[in-house]
Structures are given as C-alpha cells and as structure tokens.
Ligand binder design. Structure first.
Ligand SMILES: NC(=O)c1ccc[n+]([C@@H]2O[C@H](COP(=O)([O-])OP(=O)(O)OC[C@H]3O[C@@H](n4cnc5c(N)ncnc54)[C@H](OP(=O)(O)O)[C@@H]3O)[C@@H](O)[C@H]2O)c1
Length: 281
C-alpha cells in the first residue's frame, strides 16, 4: 500500500487525484484543511499522514490577479511548496510538485523540453518558477511536473466556459494566435499517480495530452463534440483581449522525456476531450 497526501484537494487536480486514489490510501486536504503557507500546519499534516507520496496540487492560479498580488502568489506558489518539501525531507517520503508552462517565455517554435531555458513573463510564472527552485533545493529527490491548458473542473475552465457560451450565444470569438496542448485533468491525475508509484526521483518532467491546438481550435472541437456548428466559433487575435498578464503564444510541452522514463505516451487531446464531454451528457 502507498499512502498519499494531496494538497489543494478542492481544486481541479486535487479533486481528480482524490477521486482516482483508493479512499483508504489517501489523505486529501483542501485549503480549508491545510493552508500550505502555514509552517506548523504543513509539518503537522505530513507528520499525521505519514505519506509515502505527497502531491502538491495547491496553487495560486489566478494568472491576472497575481500581477497585482505577487506577494500572495509567491507565498502559495513558492513558500508553501518549500515548506512541504522541507517537511517531506524531515519525515521521509517523496514529493511530486506540479508546475506550469508559464515558467517559459512562450516564444518557442517547437515543444518545450524540461531542460529548456525558462523565462517567465508574468507574476504567476515567476512565482511558479520560484516554487520549482524552492522544492528542488529543499528536496533534490522530488519530481516537478509541468503541465498546461488544464480543463475538467471543478471550477471555471475553458472547456466548460465554451459549453456555456454555446448555449447562450450565437457566435463566440476565440483567440487563434495562442497554441498549446489541451490537457484533461483526469489524464494528468492518472499520470501523476503512475509517477508516484514508479521509482523515479529527482526529475523535472512535462505531462500534457498529445498534439497541439489554438484556443480557437479547442473551442471548435468542443462545439463539434456537442453537435453544434463549429463555424459559430470565430478566430480573433490576442490584440483584442488585453489582460493584466500577457498570455504565452506558445505553450506546447514536449512529453518525450515522460515517455522515455517509461511512464507511457499521453493520448491525443481530442480523444481526452471527447471522453470528458461524453461524461457530461
Ligand atoms: N489550470 C491550468 O490550466 C494549469 C495549467 C498548468 C499548470 N497548472 C498547475 O497545475 C496545478 C493544479 O492546478 P488546478 O487547475 O487544479 O488549480 P486550481 O483548480 O486553482 O486548484 C488549486 C487549489 O489550491 C488551493 N489553494 C490556494 N491557496 C492555497 C493554500 N495556501 N493552501 C492550500 N491550498 C491552496 C485553491 O483553493 P482556493 O480555490 O480556495 O483558492 C485550489 O483549490 C497547479 O500547480 C497549477 O499551477 C494549472
């Protein structure tokens, strides 16, 4: 039996991790139950759960809000992970820390490899990169897994937003000049569980569903999957959607190293999207 501790358990990833792990093997704590920025709470949670594997799914993920709130984002995305890593180092066990494509500058023209130079352009990205550095310094054996374009809920996410707009609007304008790999959170959760059950340590890896899409193409695929006319989605440029935090033009993460580690090949994003949407009807 592997004992798991999941932080941020009410978020998208935390919920799906808790759902997929055997209930008797997991302690899944929401922010209300464990604030990872509290040193004492973190130490006590790790001591009480005695986990073999901790998955840190807690994060400050409000990308725009972080621009005006970087200290708070840093506390959750860097200080909290450092506390978790230190507690795991003290009590034993392994840590999987989840990170993001936002650690890159988003200007590449090929999928980012884990070892590519980072260069965050947002407060969110800077704090997540600081979190990566913090956990690796405190616990060199930990694994950092970057993902991107996660959907599946609970809570707001792009795919559910498109489903809602399909019901309410005749046409929807969606940016076509940002490219990524849409990733169903259930697939990510399963992949992280596989990593936790493996003997791999001390890695920075990428996991995302395979293939690439623009937000426009993803929205069209959502419409198509629910039997709506994809031409109701209209391509626009990011210039019309000014936001506090600039969005990366290129968020595609290479999973070659993930597969080379024997962790399997992620499936295509369209297949994952179809399965997600079929479960909603
Ligand atoms: N969503 C994406 O597209 C995406 C893309 C790439 C990488 N990621 C990364 O993937 C991971 C999971 O993301 P997600 O989509 O599941 O995010 P999410 O749905 O926003 O979940 C994050 C959870 O962390 C909780 N949290 C915030 N501050 C906390 C604290 N101090 N202590 C404990 N919990 C706290 C949040 O609670 P509240 O809601 O109450 O604040 C929320 O339940 C994160 O590391 C994120 O950076 C996400």
């Amino acid at each position: 039996m592997t004992r798991w501790l999941v932080t941020g358990a009410a978020g998208q990833l935390g919920t799906h991790l808790a759902r997929q792990l055997p209930p008797s093997d997991v302690v899944a704590l929401s922010r209300d139950e464990l604030d990872i920025t509290s040193p004492r709470a973190v130490t006590e949670a790790v001591r009480a759960a005695r986990p073999d594997v901790v998955v840190n799914a807690a994060a400050y993920t409000a990308v725009d809000a972080a621009e005006a709130d970087e200290d708070r984002a840093y506390a959750v995305n860097a200080t909290g992970p450092r506390l978790l890593a230190a507690a795991v180092a003290e009590h034993g066990g392994r840590l999987i820390h989840v990170s993001t494509d936002y650690v890159f500058d988003g200007t590449a023209d090929r999928p980012y490899e884990p070892g590519d130079p980072t260069g965050p352009r947002t407060a969110y990205g800077r704090t997540k990169l600081a979190g990566e550095h913090a956990v690796r310094a405190a616990l060199p054996d930990c694994c950092v897994v970057r993902s991107a374009w996660i959907y599946g809920g609970p809570g707001a996410n792009f795919v559910d937003t498109m489903l809602g707009l399909e019901q309410r609007r005749e046409t929807v304008d969606v940016v076509a000049d940002q490219t990524g790999s849409p990733t169903w959170v259930a697939d990510l959760a399963g992949a992280l569980i596989g990593l936790g059950l493996s003997s791999l340590t001390g890695r920075v890896l990428h996991y995302a569903n395979a293939g690439t899409a623009s937000w426009f193409e993803l929205a069209q695929e959502v419409f198509r999957a629910v039997g709506a006319d994809p031409d109701r989605v209209r391509p626009v440029t990011s210039a019309g959607f000014a936001r506090p935090a600039p969005r990366p033009a290129w968020s595609v993460l290479s999973t070659a190293e993930w597969a080379a580690c024997g962790l399997g090949d992620p499936r295509d994003w369209r297949s994952a999207l179809r399965e997600y949407l079929s479960g909603k009807t």
